[in-house]
Design a protein around this ligand. Structure first.
Ligand code: GLY
Length: 241
């Protein structure tokens, strides 16, 4: 399949669904989308790969039919339904479905969510999403994954993480812990994808600059991350890579 990958996640109540804002993940370990696949080295939302019209097509041709068919088969789906898509010239094609949120897509999507998530999750779990609407900010959000040495292969763990206390977290910057552990009062690496630095900004450029500035203050032995997260959005907008 030729095109750009995109992730569209829906919250379903077994019958109805609401869509979360689309995001684009960077699955390959290396810059320029090279090297082996990972769980995701970074993501951003919104993505120009999925415009308003594309999102309606995804709702009508992908999520809607999946939700209806599951209900018809007596397996109504309540929860987060993640469609991994390839946006081709012939429209969106499904690569995979996951019955969960996406990581690191969700960090960027929730950074843009203006509605309260909990009532929406509750409504989905109770089977009645009627009246639930999710509003997303016009702002852009980006997550850069800081990975451990060896990731996505065999990783080294136990490396102390420095600089976390230097990062000024605020409404527009959050460092999510993923593969970390507390050992003797120190935060150390304990998995492949160690931290997810998530930033928000008026534009993807602004969000990106904020995220990478924070990445530069964090350090652990063997740490690596991609420096080109959101490169496709920047190329489209004429920004630098
Ligand atoms: N980031 C890809 C996934 O959550 O499956």
């Amino acid at each position: 399949l030729e095109g750009e990958e995109a992730s569209v996640i829906a919250l379903g109540d077994g019958e109805r669904f609401v869509l979360l804002a689309p995001a684009q993940d960077h699955k390959r370990v290396g810059e320029g989308d090279t090297g082996p696949n990972t769980g995701g080295m970074g993501a951003y939302s919104p993505t120009p790969a999925v415009g308003e019209a594309d999102l309606r097509v995804v709702a009508d041709k992908v999520i809607g039919p999946a939700v209806r068919q599951l209900a018809k088969e007596g397996r109504p789906f309540r929860g987060a339904l993640y469609a991994g898509l390839m946006m081709t010239a012939q429209g969106p094609k499904v690569i995979e479905f996951n019955a969960r949120l996406g990581d690191p897509e969700t960090q960027t999507i929730l950074a843009r969510l203006e509605s309260d998530l909990l009532p929406a999750l509750h409504a989905a779990a109770k089977g009645d999403l009627r009246g639930v609407e999710l509003a997303f900010s016009e702002k852009a959000a980006i997550t850069v994954v800081l990975a451990a040495e060896g990731y996505p292969g065999k990783v080294r763990t136990g490396d102390p993480i420095a600089g976390l206390d230097q990062v000024q977290e605020d409404d527009d910057l959050i460092v999510f812990h993923a593969g970390t552990a507390l050992r003797d009062g120190r935060v150390v690496t304990s998995g492949g994808r160690v931290l997810g630095v998530t930033a928000r900004g008026a534009t993807v450029e602004e969000a990106r600059e904020r995220a990478y500035r924070a990445c530069e203050t964090i350090h652990f032995a063997g740490m690596h991350y991609r420096r080109d997260i959101a490169h496709r959005a920047l190329a489209r907008s004429g920004g630098s890579k």
